[in-house]
Design a protein. Structure first.
Length: 232
């Protein structure tokens, strides 16, 4: 029996707590549990930063639902109270620190709760923040120069079903300045093109799309951040 296996409690749920540390890429908080019957279940996370620490750590979790040896995986950014639902006979959860900004070596607590049922219907889905500028001072934010383009791959095995592209322009509001294009592997495979300043919020991804291109059609730079909505 693996040491991250959690037995069902008398309440009918499962839970596990652990500790993570900022900038510790090897640390992991994990649990797995088997359900009495396959069905819909919800995983919820809690984050407990130490006293006096203002900056919230970044945590990414892999949630793997399985039935009779076959599985589907979801990957999401985790904050206090974030939840995701799925169907399965068992679930495995692995959470790790992915902090890229702020102090290092700060320990904090993480809680993983599993219970029967689905998460409440909400406007925003669970999401995964995209690193659009790995070498920049703010990895989640990229500046696109005039007439420039940035390509962002759609993460594999994360369960991405939608995308939210937030655009900040220094010019007066111009809905035509930015264009998002959902594309496939081939150069001519364009599935959808839209203006994120008009079609706001989480926009459904075409199932065969592998990347999105963000095009600056204007004469001034724009700042862009990207979040993928995760099914669940």
């Amino acid at each position: 029996m693996r040491n991250d296996y959690v037995a069902r409690s008398e309440s009918g749920g499962w839970s596990k707590s652990g500790d993570l540390q900022t900038f510790d890429k090897l640390g992991e908080a994990s649990m797995q549990c088997n359900f009495p019957i396959a069905g819909y279940y919800t995983v919820q996370f809690g984050i407990s930063p130490p006293d006096g620490i203002i900056t919230n750590p970044d945590v990414t979790a892999d949630v793997t639902w399985s039935v009779e040896g076959n599985y589907v995986r979801r990957r999401l950014s985790v904050g206090n109270g974030v939840s995701i639902s799925g169907t399965g006979q068992a679930v495995s959860v692995k959470a790790r620190d992915t902090t890229l900004l702020g102090p290092s070596g700060i320990k904090y607590g993480i809680f993983i709760l599993v219970s029967p049922g689905t998460r409440p219907s909400r406007m925003n889905p669970p999401f995964l923040r995209a690193i659009v500028n790995p070498a920049g001072p703010v990895p989640y934010l990229v500046t696109i120069p005039a007439a420039g383009t940035v390509t962002v791959p759609i993460p594999n095995e994360a369960g991405a079903s939608s995308v939210n592209v937030e655009v900040n322009t220094s010019a007066p509001f111009d809905p035509t300045q930015a264009t998002v294009v959902q594309k496939g592997a081939g150069i001519f495979l364009v599935y959808k093109a839209y203006m994120p300043l008009v079609e706001t919020g989480f926009v459904p991804l075409f199932p065969s799309a592998t990347q999105i291109e963000i095009i600056n059609n204007g004469a001034t730079p724009i700042e862009v951040c990207v979040m993928f909505g995760i099914d669940g």
